[in-house]
Design a protein around this ligand. Structure first.
Ligand SMILES: Nc1ncnc2c1ncn2[C@@H]1O[C@H](COP(=O)(O)OP(=O)(O)OP(=O)(O)O)[C@@H](O)[C@H]1O
Ligand SMILES: [Mg+2]
Length: 263
């Protein structure tokens, strides 16, 4: 179907093609994600917005290799991830994809440093001094140096989220996926996390797909994709908006337009 030359597809870090996830509902089925064609260029920063239940988390989990699609395809760095065996997919995910969740998902019996290094350990990777040096300078930037020996229950929400971000980036992933990473944070901690995402995107050229409800978070991205009932309602450039307020107004208009079709 696609007219694109093969070399062009290699510029994309993420491509979803007609991605669909169907779940049972009542006596029938429904599509939590339907025919989603989403592309993120290498080094792109895409915010995914949409009402509760619009399929944002499902889409992110499909892209992350955590949920097999009912149909359609996900390519990461040119690799059709669901063509891989389960074992290959697990390895691919560990090495190439970093994931940050709203609920941090830190391991309670490991301290902050052990949590951050966990993905490297389970992948059996040796920590050479250059890698450790790089990680340490990042922890320093995240203002975590003093918290490294602390366990998750002794960390604030903002600190836990920064540990989760450090963990997601420890393996040097191609793609960083985040599901409402600021959902549980106050304004200051939330903007701090946004600044980090922005730096990681601009300076390290890492591709980011971030799910959020908040225009003040989405405004940090380069593109905003809005989902409605599992489908893409729009895909706009963030630079077309003056600020988060203008983006919020646009988003509300889309939601109103879409709301007319509900029920
Ligand atoms: N495992 C599952 N089995 C059945 N239905 C599911 C499953 N996971 C999600 N759903 C349904 O799919 C739809 C989309 O869910 P999803 O979690 O992707 O929404 P969301 O946009 O992330 O919402 P929120 O903003 O509240 O996090 C919802 O109607 C949800 O109930
Ligand atoms: Mg969700």
């Amino acid at each position: 179907m696609t007219k694109e030359a093969r070399h062009e597809t290699e510029e994309y870090a993420v491509i979803t093609s007609q991605l669909t996830k169907t779940y049972p509902r009542g006596t029938g089925t429904f599509n939590a994600v339907e025919s989603l064609d989403l592309k993120a260029l290498d080094g792109d920063f895409v915010a995914v917005m949409g009402a509760s239940g619009s399929g944002k988390s499902t889409a992110l989990h499909l892209i992350a290799g955590l949920t097999r699609p009912s149909s359609g395809k996900v390519e990461i760095g040119g690799r059709d991830i669901y063509a891989l065996s389960d074992a290959e997919l697990t390895r691919f995910r560990r090495r190439r994809i970093g994931i940050v969740f709203q609920s941090y998902n830190l391991i309670p019996h490991l301290n902050a440093e052990e949590n951050i290094l966990f993905p490297l350990r389970i992948d059996g990777r040796k920590l050479d001094s250059a890698t450790l040096e790089k990680l340490r300078s990042f922890w320093n930037e995240l203002e975590l140096t003093e918290q490294l020996a602390q366990y998750p229950d002794a960390l604030s929400g903002g600190q836990q989220q920064r540990v989760a971000l450090a963990r997601a980036l420890a393996t040097d992933p191609v793609v960083l996926l985040a599901d409402e990473p600021t959902g549980n944070l106050d304004w200051t901690s939330s903007q701090k996390i946004c600044r980090l995402f922005d730096r990681v995107n601009r300076e390290e050229k890492r591709t980011i797909i971030l799910v959020t409800h908040e225009p003040a978070v989405a405004i940090w991205s380069r593109r905003v994709v809005v989902l409605c009932d599992g489908r893409m309602a729009c895909d706009v450039r963030t630079s077309d908006f003056k600020d988060a307020v203008e983006l919020a107004e646009f988003y509300q208009e889309i939601a109103r337009g879409v709301g007319g079709n509900e029920q």
